[in-house]
Design a protein around this ligand. Sequence first.
Ligand SMILES: [Fe+2]
Length: 387
Amino acid sequence: MNQMVIRGVSSQTFIAANIRRTEEFYSKALGLPVVKRTVHHHDARLPIVTFAFQQFQGEVQRTESITYVEWNPVFYMMPEKGFIEQSETVDGVANPRVGDPRGRWGAGTNHHLALHVPNRNGLLKWKRRLTDLGVHVTGPYNRHYFHAIYLRDPDGAIIEIATTEPGFGHDESVLGSGFRPQPKENLIGGRDELQVAAETWPQPVPEVTVDFALRGFHHITSISSDAERTENFFVEKIGLRLIKKTDYLDEKGGTHFYYACDEDLSPGSVLTFFGLPGYKSGRLGTGLSHHFALEVENDAALVHEHARFKKLGIEVSSVQDAIYAKQFHFRDPDGHICALSTPNRFSVDEDANLLGRKLCLPNALEIERSSIERHIAHRPAPVPVLP
Ligand SMILES: [Fe+2]
């Protein structure tokens, strides 16, 4: 087995119907800074905004990022199979798949992205703050290995906020050694939903303070129609470590398997799958993630993994220079698009202390800057999501 060449979850890329609305939500409600404004390097008509996490002295430096691509009003470049290759998508706009741009959950799509706060008081502060801003929040739920609340981004994508405590090690000494059934009070139908709904922070929380600011990714979760097949793929082929087999708490009969990318199980290294046998395939679109990227250390590791994946019979895209990272794509057994990526370097084309202030364009698109800027400036005004 490949031993932990992959060191964490690097980024997740979502599809938004209106990127200004998304930015308002992330900046004002969640307090995450923009670190890059650009356009899709295959099609300059698709604006992109990337958010990262604030850095705090004395804490591990977080490098994860959340990217949104505006993909409205029609789909572009969402192949049922294969990958987004420049040669295949250069004319994507001329051949749109017309119809409802909204995504639909199912096998082969993501389910949610979980962000991380240190403790349960932080969760309650987020619940109070977001609720006061008019954002619907559910939880806090006891997920046995952490506590969590749930909200939706303006397009309906589920965002979870989860605590580190108590962690994955408290119910077995060898992680992932066997199926760990969940206590009834954690499962849907067994928990006191009214009590959960009523619990919140007692005072208003107008500012995001250091004690509960979002620290990075906790885990990302996708949907598998065959948990065993997914396990085989991510453990035997990709080289991740299975750290927990347990119940899916919100739907009877489902499983929840957790995989870690690094040895110390640090937040941000965990990938999870709901095992929902017989679930129908989902469809990419707004309100869903397009793909997530796992990170390797450098270009050499990426090229090595590309060759190794090919040798294992995994279909891969070419290695692409996506300006801020090099990457290639592959699909999991349910068809979910995944990427392997080098670490993001957002300071390659702007000052590291002024990230996200200007529109950065690939060199080849600089000649079109004025028309690209005009296009972005004239995007439809967002429907306000915050008061
Ligand atoms: Fe989760």
